[in-house]
Design a protein around this ligand. Structure first.
Ligand SMILES: [Zn+2]
Length: 83
């Protein structure tokens, strides 16, 4: 039996990594040091604090998207009110 070189749980016959670990490898190729920073910052906390950290990290992103949605909605509402 051959096992994934990273998780050492999944069986792998052709590749070195299982599909989930292949994804991690892609993240490493793309973001390099950032992957280690995120893992250290997020996974070193307990589950509640991890969720809080994730919420804080994505809060700005969510706010930006909501603002974009609002900007898009306003012209549509204006045109509807004219009718
Ligand atoms: Zn694996």
């Amino acid at each position: 039996m051959f096992y994934c070189s990273l998780c050492e749980n999944e069986t792998c016959y052709i590749s070195k990594f299982c599909s989930k670990c292949r994804k991690i490898k892609h993240y490493l190729n793309l973001y390099n040091e950032r992957v280690y920073e995120v893992l250290d910052n997020v996974l070193s906390r307990d589950i509640d604090k991890q969720n809080n950290k994730i919420q804080v990290e994505i809060k700005d992103e969510i706010k930006n998207k909501e603002e974009k949605i609002e900007v898009y909605k306003v012209p549509q509402l204006r045109s509807m009110s004219k009718k």
